[in-house]
Design a binder for this molecule. Structure first.
Ligand SMILES: NC(=O)c1ccc[n+]([C@@H]2O[C@H](COP(=O)([O-])OP(=O)(O)OC[C@H]3O[C@@H](n4cnc5c(N)ncnc54)[C@H](O)[C@@H]3O)[C@@H](O)[C@H]2O)c1
Length: 312
């Protein structure tokens, strides 16, 4: 028997929290964003408005839907008031173990036992986040991808304590809400998506560090090469498509030549030391003008909105 989930409370009304709010409000859920201060409220309102405007301008949403989403989202400061009617709570505060543990401990103490508590941590252990709480069966990872209302995937991560009923209820709810949930059977750092993404980034940085190609060329090789088929062909299906015999032969020859360092790349360490933080400082691994930064963000959003429309 699945728990019906319609009343949602979200802690941390930042980029992810407000994006997740849009997704559920669009499906008619009552969404409460818990803010602690005016600046958090202002950010959430501005972010929600801008994203709704983008969706309307790209014909992915009607004006009426946009109004409905805003009506379904309320911002509440008082913690107990914010969780009073919640069926499920999503934690989207900053990526800090202590802050997340403290919040879960507090929520676990004040919410009835059937309220599901989920964390949107990107890579951290759900087991550790839940470790200071008492009712650990109702604590689960739900890892959304940014922008949360455009990217369908949500990884549902169970710990050894999470109950089957909680995992199944969250899965059914996310499917109902228009997401593409997948179940991750073990609570390992990085889950599925970030393990894959960072295996690729480690190799990309190795290629640059060793003068095999420059950063722009690496990106070009992905975007115009295997990246083009990735939306319809994952690596497992691809291994079968080319044949397990060829995949094995390639692994036998190639694996020993691939990056295997357990340490972060020098390129990243040096950049951070110099304050070259990427788009936000105009220089990271590469240099970026404000126009290039805006164009890159626009390209990504347009691409995602178009994919969303094509799927309808
Ligand atoms: N940005 C991404 O692409 C992405 C993707 C998936 C998951 N995540 C994860 O989602 C979570 C939120 O990330 P984000 O990118 O939305 O960050 P963000 O900085 O946009 O939002 C974080 C929110 O937490 C609030 N906050 C800060 N300190 C707090 C505290 N001590 N107590 C309570 N709230 C506090 C901030 O004011 C803000 O509202 C993180 O765990 C992050 O790892 C991020």
């Amino acid at each position: 028997m699945h728990k019906e989930i319609r009343n949602i409370t979200i802690f941390g009304p930042g980029m992810m929290g407000s994006g997740i709010g849009i997704q559920f409000a669009q499906k008619g859920c009552n969404v409460i964003l818990r803010a602690r201060a005016q600046f958090e409220e202002d950010y959430a309102v501005e972010n929600i408005d801008r994203n709704i405007r983008d969706m309307i301008e790209n014909d992915c949403m009607t004006e009426e839907e946009g109004r409905m989403i805003k009506e379904n989202i309320r911002i509440i400061y008082d913690m107990e008031e914010a969780v009073k009617d919640a069926d499920m709570i999503f934690e989207c505060v900053i990526e800090d173990m202590q802050i997340k543990q403290d919040l879960f401990k507090q929520l676990d103490a004040i919410c009835p036992e059937d309220v599901i508590l989920a964390t949107n941590t990107s890579v951290m252990s759900i087991t550790e986040i839940a470790s200071t709480s008492t009712h650990r069966h109702r604590i689960v990872g739900t890892h959304f991808w940014n922008p949360a209302f455009l990217i369908p995937l949500v990884e549902i991560i169970r710990t050894v304590d999470t109950s089957d009923e909680v995992v199944d209820s969250v899965y059914e709810f996310l499917k109902w809400a228009g997401k593409r949930p997948v179940k991750v059977n073990k609570d390992v750092p990085g889950f599925i998506g970030n393990r894959l993404q960072h295996a690729l980034l480690r190799e990309a940085l190795y290629i640059v560090e060793n003068g095999i190609a420059d950063p722009a060329t690496v990106d070009e090789a992905v975007k115009y090469g295997f990246g083009m088929r990735t939306p319809v062909l994952g690596p497992m299906e691809h291994a079968d498509m080319v044949g397990t015999d060829l995949s094995l032969a390639i692994q036998e020859y190639l694996l020993k030549h691939l990056a295997s360092s357990q340490e972060p790349s020098h390129i990243l360490k040096d950049a951070v030391e110099k304050g070259d933080l990427g788009f936000k400082s105009g220089k990271g691994i590469q240099e970026w003008t404000p126009e290039e930064v805006a164009a890159s963000k626009r390209r990504l959003n347009d691409h995602l909105l178009k994919s969303l429309k094509d799927r309808e």
